[in-house]
Design a protein around this ligand. Structure first.
Ligand code: NDP
Ligand code: OXD
Length: 313
């Protein structure tokens, strides 16, 4: 059994070490020095070259090294083998930390008070309670559900929106295009945790921003996007920030990553940005997950978290 790392933009060195420390007996190879392509059974992939994947005649499973799989599917024409994505409690907790932290930064007006500190000004305005702030989570999957649950525990007035109806207990769930405007109309802070698919590409656009509530306790609607850069129309975000449709944007992901030096997002006063690190994959946790999946597969058990290729997530 041979396992191949196929990565673009990531250093395979630390990953190789971690995998070997979990399973020293694995025959681990790193693309493009893979020896005989016919010997490769499994690929661990981040932005792999689709032609390279197709060149492996005995490939059994592709493992995405992320929770998202757009970086694999967008190449098109993949070998007809299962594609498994990451679902891991460590990654999920990190994402919820990010969403809770940035929601609090907005509700507690952290940037305002940070500015006052720098000017040595002792002053405060009317702070608002979490219960008065309506947070709307786009995505009711693994990450959206966890973030929604934790924000609700903090006291925020949370709702969620997904493709299909779900039961999230006391958290109201809106589903599908028909219920999108009702969802937006009760949202002060819009959090996007959708996967990037042909249906969701560009969903964070001016129409959506104009649909957000304007009668909330904040100075205007905010967005937080930690899904994928392709979900957002960046010109629309900038226009919405500039004309007041949006009061602020917190962005972890961008259409082009790394974010180019000349991007206006870097210095926009209403933007908080992070370098696609909302939920970094911990190599130790992910290695254990992938090794467990390989062991399941080799012993005839079903793989977990197999991606539905027709849905694209
Ligand atoms: P899941 O597959 O568990 O959940 C996806 C959710 O999106 C589901 O609720 C699904 O609805 C919903 N959805 C999909 N398509 C549509 C649509 N057209 N309209 C409305 N809702 C839709 O994914 P995860 O929660 O695990 O991850 C979400 C994304 O987060 C990943 O795809 C990845 O891109 C991103 N991510 C970003 C990271 C970062 O560091 N910035 C780290 C990890 C992930 P339904 O269930 O009804 O089908
Ligand atoms: C992921 C990511 O998809 O890191 O896991 O973005």
């Amino acid at each position: 059994m041979a396992v191949c790392f196929m990565m673009t933009g990531w250093d395979p060195g630390p990953w190789t070490e971690r995998v070997l420390s979990a399973r020293a007996d694995l025959d681990l190879r790193v693309w493009p020095d893979i020896g005989d392509p016919a010997e490769i059974d499994y690929v661990l992939a981040w932005k792999p070259d689709p032609a390279a994947l197709r060149s492996l005649p005995n490939l059994k499973v592709i493992f995405s090294l992320g929770a998202g799989v757009d970086h694999i599917l967008e190449g098109g024409d993949l070998p007809d083998v299962p594609l498994v994505r990451i679902v891991d409690p460590d990654l999920t907790s990190r994402m919820s930390e990010y969403i809770v932290m940035h929601t609090l930064v907005i509700q507690r007006r952290f940037r305002f008070y940070d500015g006052l500190q720098r000017q040595k000004v002792w002053s405060h305005g009317d702070d608002v309670a979490a219960s008065a702030v309506r947070v709307g989570i786009m995505g009711t999957g693994v990450l959206g559900t966890d973030a929604a649950t934790k924000l609700a525990m903090m006291g925020f007035d949370v709702a969620a929106w997904g493709r299909t109806q779900k039961d999230l207990g006391t958290i109201p769930v809106f589903a599908g295009a028909d219920q999108l405007s009702d969802f937006l109309g009760r949202t002060d802070i819009l959090v996007c945790l959708l996967p990037l698919t042909p249906d969701t590409r560009g969903i964070l656009n001016m129409d959506i921003f104009r649909g957000l509530s304007r009668d909330g306790v904040l100075e205007g609607p905010h967005i937080i996007n930690a899904g994928r850069g392709g979900l957002q129309v960046e010109a629309d975000i900038l226009a919405a920030l500039d004309d007041g449709t949006l009061a602020g944007a917190t962005l972890d992901v961008f259409q082009t990553e790394p974010l180019p030096h000349d991007s206006p997002f870097w210095s926009h006063e209403k933007v908080t940005l992070t370098p696609h690190n909302a939920a970094m994959s911990d190599p130790v946790a992910l290695t254990a997950y992938i090794v467990r999946q390989i062991e399941r597969f080799e012993s005839g058990l079903a793989l977990e978290n197999v991606v539905d290729r027709t849905r694209g997530y």
